[in-house]
Design a protein around this ligand. Structure first.
Ligand code: K7E
Ligand code: CUA
Length: 634
């Protein structure tokens, strides 16, 4: 961000906004507030993106049970766009035209937790953003060329509660997925939950991604005990080919989980060798279950290991070097740092403490580098690529910054010494994100804390409170809170992408439109009747629809194809048909189709919904529906 002297005046104004409660209003500042004003001025300057200027980074937030992805700019935190994924969104017409309706299927919502950017050689390649649906076991792919959802895969067979995803491998070979819930498999089979341990199973799935098109399909699965897998991450560098998930219910409780799933001091993490899984599938060492090749890890050694992790862990995050794997135990105030080299050695030497259903349990101490006393309620860890880790502390409402290994003998003797800084956040932080933390080269610079409770740090909007995201500058020795923004429910995780890593298109080139029903010239528009089906090809251009009159009979089916023939950025046209629940939004160069059964008679005006020109209001027409009786008596 460029700092120009002209920003000083607005910065002073912004400073008043970020001043702490209890500060005097501007102009009445007491002597004791001078220090705060300097800090506020400096923070304001660092987040100020002047009108007309652009942000340095994209921030892709998951929208939780809104089923959407929010796009903001960093450092301004300004909301730029909402990308609808698992639910209808009238603003972009998503879920109203036939193509997006088909993609959504019968589900009206999803629960997006973890966006994952596609990668090449362990770095973001700016092609796709994958997001999971915890509610209906799906994965979606958003294309960053046009910021649109292009595929929804699922519900994934044998998979219940798709929470532990979307974790993208180093070259986007796979999006890896683990189940939060366990059920009797295949889905549809009944078993009494009292027989949970025996009858229920979880699953790790490898969702194969086509390297050219990005098209996803279910590759293979590894069946697991009913452990309730939690968060995960993929390896890189020395740990490339591996993936890691924690479990919060190694107890295999099926009721009163709050108590019953919190008994053991250590739960198991799953250590998955996905390259070995792929090889096992190619060697035919699988059983088909509901159409998917499933690996039994007891019969295929080397695919799955367990690693004990304290205590009811949540996040497990591989660092940028790929050597260190950090697991955070919600109910114990430490982050456990594992050394992947030691872990490999333990596997080679069979340094196991036990086995569970034929799967080796690696000895905790054999793989452990140290337990860092980060604070209360650690959840997730991110990295800046400069040797520092940042762990969110839910209970403490704070972020701990700490030093990654290698540690000196002195530090090793007292790991309190590697905890470098702590900053309060407001309040009860869940995830946090540092740009590129899951790549080999993080951007560092900013950390966004996604806080679960905002407790009135904003104008009151009634009982439905927004979520609170706080921007923290991590360039200095001490972390600095520099901005705060609010969003609708509910960012769980986010990804940060350098703005210049992508150059989205703003117009669909005419040459690329391969919709067979696209028309570009008024002379090619018009209606064709086949029996009861009336097919209309329409164009939209400033400031008219051609045709602007559609005649059908009651009982007909109208198939309407609308092409926005504009090739100018931002020249979007909408087509709303009054009292017909039709809402198309057509981007420049795009064609959309809607099918409507004509059940109501009368005349229904249609109009452009997106303000496009001085004569936007005139951009309208009529859908005239003649009664069937009248047709018969003509
Ligand atoms: Cu990633 Cu919110 Cu789904 Cu942690 S979860 S907080
Ligand atoms: Cu077209 Cu408004």
């Amino acid at each position: 961000m460029k700092l120009i002297s002209s920003l000083l005046a607005p910065a002073v104004a912004a400073a008043a906004l970020v001043a702490l409660p209890g500060c005097n209003p501007p102009g009445k500042s007491g002597a004791g507030d001078a220090g705060k004003s300097v800090a506020a001025n400096s923070a304001a300057a660092r987040t100020w993106v002047a009108p007309g200027q652009k942000d340095e980074f994209y921030l892709f937030y998951s929208g939780g049970h809104s089923g959407q992805v929010y796009v903001a700019g960093l450092p301004s935190m300004r909301h730029l766009a909402t990308i609808p994924v698992f639910g209808r969104y009238p603003g972009t017409g998503y879920g109203y035209d036939e193509a997006s309706k088909a993609m959504l299927g019968d589900y009206t919502w999803g629960d997006v937790h973890h966006p994952g950017l596609s990668k090449k050689d362990g770095l973001y390649d700016g092609r796709w953003l994958f997001v999971n649906d915890n509610a209906n076991n799906r994965i979606a792919r958003i294309d960053l060329r046009d910021f649109k959802t292009k595929q929804i895969l699922g519900p994934i067979p044998n998979s219940m509660g798709n929470h532990g995803s979307s974790f993208v491998t180093d070259n986007t070979e796979y999006v890896l997925v683990a189940t939060r819930f366990s059920v009797p498999l295949p889905k549809g089979r009944y078993a009494d939950p009292a027989n949970y341990e025996k009858e229920f199973n979880g699953m790790v799935s490898g969702i194969k991604v086509d390297p050219t098109s990005g098209t996803m399909k279910v590759g293979w699965q590894i069946i697991t005990p009913p452990f309730d897998w939690d968060l995960g991450s993929t390896g890189k560098g020395p740990s490339e080919g591996w993936a890691f998930w924690t479990s919060y219910n190694t107890e295999m409780a099926h009721d009163n989980l709050e108590a019953n799933a919190s008994q053991k001091d250590r739960d198991y993490a799953a250590i998955v060798n996905w390259k070995a899984a792929e090889a096992a599938v190619n060697a035919g060492q699988t059983t088909m279950l509901d159409g998917v090749a499933v690996i039994d890890p007891a019969k295929t050694p080397g695919v799955l290991y367990y690693l004990p992790v304290p205590k009811s862990p949540h996040g497990i995050d591989v660092d940028p070097t790929g050597r260190w794997v950090v697991a955070a135990g919600k109910l114990q105030p430490v982050a456990s740092v594992f050394d992947f080299e030691k872990l490999q050695a333990a596997i080679a030497k069979k340094d196991f403490e036990s086995e569970f259903r034929g799967v080796p349990v690696i000895r905790y101490d054999a793989a452990l580098e140290g337990e860092v006393p980060v604070g209360l309620g650690p959840l997730h860890t991110q990295y800046d690529g400069a040797g520092n880790a940042y762990t969110s502390l839910f209970i403490e409402s704070a972020v701990a910054k700490w030093k990654m290994p290698p540690w000196s003998a002195d530090e090793r003797a007292d790991l309190n010494k590697v905890v470098l800084d702590k900053i309060a956040v407001h309040y009860n932080i869940g995830h946090l994100v540092v740009g590129g933390s899951d790549t080999k080269k993080p951007y560092g610079k900013y950390l966004v804390a996604m806080n679960k409770l905002s407790k009135g740090r904003h104008l009151s909007v009634g009982p439905s409170q927004p979520e609170d995201s706080e921007l923290i500058d991590i360039t200095g020795k001490k972390m600095e809170l520099i901005y705060e923004a609010f969003t609708e429910p509910e960012p769980h995780f986010a990804q940060i992408l350098k703005a210049d890593a992508i150059s989205p298109i703003e117009v669909y080139p005419k040459a690329e439109n391969d919709d067979p029903n696209a028309v570009w010239d008024a002379k090619d528009t018009g209606a064709t009747r086949r029996g009861n089906v009336v097919e209309v090809k329409m164009i939209a251009i400033r400031s008219h629809f051609t045709p602007d009159r559609i005649d059908v009979n009651e009982g007909d089916e109208l198939v309407l194809h609308v092409t926005n023939v504009e090739q100018t950025p931002d020249m979007i046209h909408g087509l709303g048909i009054v009292e017909q629940n039709v809402n198309l939004v057509i981007d420049p160069g795009e064609t959309k189709t809607v099918r409507i059964k004509m059940t109501k008679t009368g005349v229904f005006p249609f109009y452009c919904t997106n303000f496009c020109s001085a004569l936007h209001q005139e951009m309208q027409g009529y859908l005239a529906v003649k009664p069937a009786v009248a047709v018969a008596t003509q």
